[in-house]
Design a protein around this ligand. Structure first.
Ligand code: PRP
Length: 180
């Protein structure tokens, strides 16, 4: 049984609030929401349904963790955007910001393409331990240093489909690794 940290209901209410703020802020602008795969696919889908604007979508895939629970610091772009972003208003959507390395790298590589603006929406931000200070405009929840799974977040590729955010239990870790 998972150790629920943020329930499905709490997430839904928060995404609604974030979506409302985004809708207000981007009136009359050319919004392109960019999901950072794989983790952001669920947040993107649910947040987007609370954004009442003619928004477009694109995705990038990056990798920073590998199969371990620690940030390695290595960021690789596995899939780039499909379209040009010059002059567009970008909103990067993340499931979690941990060390900030991924986002820092993404922001740097996207800024040189001259979008009109770049902001960030993240469901979770790990408080206190971010190595890189970043300006995240829309934050869902600040959490502690515990390793979390669910709502897009994985452990070794599993548990992304949990409808809530949970602190991973030893049992869940053992189940994935197949060893006690
Ligand atoms: C997670 C998350 C962020 C990044 C945050 O992705 O989706 O992109 O880590 O960590 P950081 O702030 O320490 O850089 P991950 O690399 O695990 O890939 P995934 O989304 O495919 O699970």
């Amino acid at each position: 049984m998972s150790d629920v940290l943020i329930s499905a209901e709490e997430i839904e209410a928060k995404l609604e609030e974030m979506g409302r703020a985004i809708t207000e802020d981007y009136q009359g602008r050319d919004l392109l929401m960019v999901g950072v795969l794989k983790g952001a696919f669920i947040v993107m889908a649910d947040l987007a349904r609370h954004v009442d604007l003619p928004v477009e979508f694109d995705f990038m895939a990056v990798s920073s963790y590998g199969a371990a629970t620690q940030t390695s610091g290595v960021v690789r772009i596995l899939k780039d955007l499909d379209q040009e972003i010059a002059g567009r208003d970008l909103l990067i959507v993340e499931d979690i910001i941990d060390s900030g390395l991924t986002l820092n790298y993404l922001l740097k590589s996207l800024r040189v393409r001259r979008p009109a603006s770049i902001e960030v929406a993240a469901l979770l931000v790990k408080g206190g331990i971010q190595r890189i200070p970043l300006d995240v405009r829309y934050v869902g929840f600040e959490i502690g240093p515990e390793f979390v799974i669910g709502y897009g977040l994985d452990y070794a590729g599993k548990y992304r489909n949990l409808p809530y955010v949970a602190v991973m239990t030893d049992e869940e870790a053992e189940e994935v690794l197949g060893q006690p």
